[in-house]
Design a protein around this ligand. Structure first.
Ligand code: A3P
Length: 250
């Protein structure tokens, strides 16, 4: 899913596979091991350095499945995701919706008409597969709450053993402050989107609840209702963000 911590997870996976090396210790090595499917295409995948990870925001059901591949799906609450996505497209002149007012964008988001399609289809599709052995389902807000436990889950999933010291090191080099560091944030943006992106657009604010700066109460209520409808009958999914104070009425 876009704007949901994919780049963050990419940095966590890189440091986990590389025994604590930070993404910016050797940026060229990081680039060679982390192609972005939508940007680098099949050629980027064919020539990537191994072991590595392929980043994509595409829904699980339309990306190729391989029995030996492992898939990490990162999801973020729809209010912050929508807000972050809107702020992001605003930084890219000429891209779809970059000139739309938020009210227009919000309606399109609710209708599943934005890039990468319907948030709820995307989520429900991955949710239905989350217990498959080669899928790890991770919630953005949980990484923020306890990054060390997510690093442990990722390491176990990837069959990598990590000492406590390495976990600390990975937590440090994937922390918001570390990744926000202007020079490397700029390079992260370049890696993902070439020269078109304004610097610092990839790692931006990294907060839970930033939607409150953009979304009206009415829009928030409409998204509450859509979430309730989409997760109806699914107790676990409908309570996924309960501790983060996102939805008013479930
Ligand atoms: P915001 O726009 O809300 O700040 P993606 O990589 O999937 O496009 O996700 C981008 C979002 O993840 C941005 O959200 C970005 O700031 C946030 N992010 C990136 N690195 C992060 C980190 N180390 N800690 C917290 N949030 C991070």
């Amino acid at each position: 899913m876009p704007r949901s911590g994919t780049t963050w997870m990419e940095a966590i996976v890189y440091s986990t596979l590389q025994k604590g090396r930070a993404f910016d210790d050797d940026f060229d090595d990081f680039l060679a091991r982390t192609p972005f499917l939508e940007q680098h295409g099949s050629q980027g995948i064919e020539t990537m350095r191994q072991p590595g990870s392929i980043k994509t925001h595409l829904p699980l059901n339309i990306i190729p499945q391989h029995p030996q591949a492992k898939y990490i799906y990162v999801v973020r609450n729809p209010k912050d995701m929508c807000t972050s996505f809107y702020r992001f497209v605003r930084t890219i002149p000429g891209v779809a919706h970059s000139d739309d007012p938020f009210d227009t964008y919000f309606d399109l988001f609710l209708g599943g008409q934005v890039t990468y399609g319907d948030y709820f289809d995307h989520l429900l599709q991955a949710w239905s597969r989350k217990n498959e052995p080669n899928i790890l389902f991770v919630v953005y807000e949980d990484i923020k709450k306890d990054i060390r436990s997510v690093i442990r889950r990722v390491a176990t999933f990837l069959d990598v053993e990590l000492s406590d010291e390495l976990i600390e090191r990975i937590a440090l080099v994937t922390s918001f402050d570390y990744m926000k560091n202007a020079k490397y944030n700029e390079r992260l943006s370049e890696k993902n989107h070439g020269h078109i992106l304004q610097p610092r657009a990839v790692v931006r604010k990294g907060e839970i609840g930033d939607w409150r700066t953009l979304m009206s109460e009415e829009q928030s209520r409409r998204l509450d209702a859509r979430f309730k409808e989409a997760t109806h009958g699914n107790q676990e999914l409908s309570t996924l963000w309960d501790e983060y104070n996102i939805f008013e009425d479930k």
